[in-house]
Design a protein around this ligand. Sequence first.
Ligand code: PEP
Ligand code: MG
Length: 761
Amino acid sequence: MAIDTNLKTDPPKLMQAIREAMSGTESVQERLDDFVVAIQSSMRVNVASIYLLRPGAELELSATEGLNKSAVHKTRMKPGEGLVGHVALTARPLNLADAPSHPLFSYRPETGEDPFKSFLAVPILRGGRTLGVLVAQSEDARTFTEVEAEDLLTVAMILAEIIIDDERVGGKKGALKGISLAPIKPETLTGKAFAGGLVRGTAHLHLPPVSPANLLAENTPVEQGRLEEGIKILRASVDAMVSGEAASLSRASKEIYETYRMFAYDRKWVGRLREAVSSGLTSEAAVERVRNEHRARLMKAHDPYLRARLHDLEDLANRLIRALGGEQVGPGNRKLAHDAILFARELGPAELLDYDRKKLRGIVLEEGSASSHAAIICRALGIPLVGRADGILDLIETGDPVLVDGEAGVVHVRPLPSTSDGFDLRINIKGELKRAYDALKVQPTVTQDGHAVSLQLNAGLLVDLPQLDQAGADGIGLFRTEFQFMVSDFMPKLKEQTTLYRQAIEAAGTRPVTFRTLDLGGDKILPYSDPIPEENPAIGWRAIRIALDRPGLMRYQLRALVAAGASRHLRIMFPMVTTVDEMIQARALFQREVDRATSLGLELPAKIEVGVMLETPSLAWQVSAVCDHADFVSVGANDLLQFFFAADRDNARVSDRYDPLHPAALSVLKFIADRCKQNNTPVSVCGEIAGRPLEAITLAALGYRTLSMPVTGIGPVKAALLKLDADDLAKVIRPHMTVESRLSSLREIVQDYCTKNAIPI
Ligand code: PEP
Ligand code: MG
């Protein structure tokens, strides 16, 4: 057909032609053929071609109007090869006036494309996956207009729907059967780091069972028998799990599985299933119905912790459906590649153990929370976990190569060789650094100018305790007691609280453990209590404010702490204190519990220290006054800085807006350290900044001699402090810490100092 390429595109005509091409009932191949004809004539180009990804991840010329038809289903290229391959790899349109002069142009004689100069190609994308490439070519050397490029993208979108639809029905519709929909575009997604570590591996999609095909039972008594059999298998598998791998876990992790087992034996749950089957449903439909009831509750709850617990029930339902379908359920029964990275929307603790631990390298979830059971188990088992990777399931296929960065919460899917190389380098460096930090473990942390710095651990659960020795920490500077409350399904009893505190004290041996009393409210909500909606929960009814208004819960906790500290050194501190008066009241509450224990003749702690967390700007201005009532001060820098800069620490848009090394922030931190020193009150910093080498050496220069941090910080902070002359750095930064300072951060100054003095940061 002779084409007048001088005429402009007629968009309505193109869409109309596409609509016509879609109206028939032809095979998919015929539709592709119609599409290229429609594009060629409507866009007034010489060539329109569709390349689709075939098995083996090769792009194949699948339809053309304008190139040699004999090349269809023959011309193939790898993604990255030639211009078409380049568009597939980058997933970006390419618009060239003179394609043959482009360095990536690769000539395919069998297609007869010699005379064509201008080239417009767009990727055919679906859910982040590249399915193929749509190309228009013309003899004249012109650049296509933006409108033309947009039109071609619209057509590519429609094409993607047709292809996916064909895939969904298993390619039955026609010649597209076997078209590979393998995604090839590299993707990087950032979620939340819930369990640390760097791993590479092969993606494995965790798919919960599909909805039941038959809803109504043909024979209810038979169905009732099936349900009972399914429940029996389910319970046996959960029992096996609890006494199997779960039994070898620490107590806190084991409790998770015990709770899970309780659900499996829950009479209400089973009762509802039986009722549903009696009403005429199939067992699978009954499970689905009861699961939907849970989901409905879940939607209403709006509470991440409750959601995490309800997920256990979903997990159980999936397991039961699999058991009903005759699938083997039980630990290690799911097939995996030897280096699997598991991808799921959510993952229950039992689902996790369904996979062979030896093959499971890492986990990526679309949902999840730091306190979800999967996260706790992953930390205990040392499996890196990235959660809240929004949309990741649309981008991933089983078999894709993946890199999981559990430190930064980043997932690289189908990484480019350069990303992959860089990642390997990091794994190696991390390995080397770990060996170097391990070598420092027994060495006390003393700066070059002779200041000893105590490096302590932030902990909260039993699973954290082995890290004390692993990292060579000098104690626990912050034990977040609310964690136990947050991961339990019920309010921990007095005895459970006492046991945990005692275990922490014993794990630390002669090293100090500082228990922070319940810091609830804000983002820390209990699964078993209704959250009270507040406009600004971070500055709402939380922590000590709840404790003083409703002292019952805190008195109970203080009782447990006094009991746990019997004949040992007990250190406690109160969070979110805003005025000296609050500290006085809190201390009085504690004294009542000590008096009670005394009057009952109970064994008392050998030594008691009661401290205050300084995490509100108002208390910074009362620091001398509060020192009269506190045996020590611990600066909660996470909260102090969020309130100081009025920047929500959990809101990624604002949390990094201000540098903790801002001279204003450093001045406040120095003010606190100086006043504490004047009052002979020991002071420490516990908050994320204490665990970052650059910030930690700055804190040391400001006078802080105790830092409490996440376990990953201890090695790097120690390595930096060992090389630091703290007084010398103080001299460098002090001139910039005046109210006249115009700097927004001292980071560069401290960084330069480190470079000059070979301080590893
Ligand atoms: C802090 O605020 O710095 C702190 C250590 O406590 P949390 O992070 O638990 O609020
Ligand atoms: Mg805090």
